[in-house]
Design a protein around this ligand. Structure first.
Ligand SMILES: [Zn+2]
Length: 107
């Protein structure tokens, strides 16, 4: 291993290797050669590729809520609780509109 130490805080590559922690912002540059293979080991790749598939948690939550609401609506209708059913229906409509994210002009 190349003998490297940070010119700013004096942290050596060996010390960094032990603690795994950088002493200051300049350490990154000083240990770049040391760090890159280390990060490769940790992440199994060179840094982040930024192509992680993202599932929208808020949308999933909304879908779950819709399912629950539809179930509740069915029950409410079955109990002839029409006022409650109407409220549920409104809420469902609201959520359904929200998932589409369409601009609805009022009036
Ligand atoms: Zn440093």
């Amino acid at each position: 291993m190349k003998k490297t130490s940070c010119p700013q805080c004096g942290l050596s590559a060996a010390e960094f290797g032990e603690s795994g922690q950088l002493g200051c912002a300049a350490c990154y540059r000083a240990f770049e050669e040391t760090l890159v293979p280390l990060f490769k080991q940790i992440h199994g790749n060179e840094f982040h590729r930024g192509k992680v598939p993202v599932s929208d948690p808020s949308r999933q939550k909304m879908r779950r809520e819709l399912i629950d609401l539809r179930r509740a609506l069915k029950k409410a209708v079955g109990r002839e609780a029409y006022e409650q059913a109407a409220n549920l229906r409104d809420r469902i409509n609201e959520l359904e509109r929200g998932t589409d994210r369409q601009q609805v002009a009022h009036g």
